[in-house]
Design a protein around this ligand. Structure first.
Ligand code: DQA
Length: 147
């Protein structure tokens, strides 16, 4: 089974971008962490980052059919994008929303997410480890039921 991990705008700058908020891990480090976690869980990783809202929508659409679950850090689009929300709903995939930082401890506008009420779960403020937790949850949600 394949799991798609999508990263939104400015996450390509991880490591150098506000390290006090987002940590020192780079996007490559994050990809490595996800790859190792997926290997442990018996999942195949499909990992991508884009700065474009339309492309993020495309990537969510593409995940449908090829993946059994979705992990998404939509970054700034979390707080603005109805189109992305609609794409996540249309995908019908078990989805975990991740944020590296604790969005509830920052500016007020980060407290609202267009995704949180349509996803299976939300992980915030756990840094890169949040991606590991999200993948573990996807593995749990997509495990074939033993009966
Ligand atoms: C973020 C939080 C968002 O509010 C912000 O726009 C980001 C990153 C996070 O991972 O903490 O770009 O999604």
């Amino acid at each position: 089974p394949t799991v798609t991990v999508l990263n939104g705008p400015n996450l390509n700058l991880l490591g150098t971008r506000e390290p006090a908020v987002y940590g020192t891990a780079t996007l490559e480090d994050l990809r490595d962490l996800c790859a190792r976690t997926c290997e442990e869980l018996g999942l195949v990783l499909d990992f991508a980052q884009t700065n474009g809202e339309g492309e993020l929508v495309e990537l969510v659409q593409r995940a449908r059919g090829r993946s059994t679950g979705l992990v998404i850090n939509a970054a700034g689009y979390t707080h603005t994008s109805v189109a992305l929300r609609d794409a996540v709903v249309a995908s019908e995939l078990p989805t975990i929303e991740v944020h590296l930082s604790n969005v509830h401890a920052r500016e007020e506008f980060r407290r609202h997410s267009f995704l949180s009420d349509v996803v299976s779960g939300v992980i915030v403020g756990c840094g890169a480890q949040g991606y590991r937790f999200a993948l573990e949850r996807i593995a749990e949600l997509t495990r074939p039921s033993r009966s």
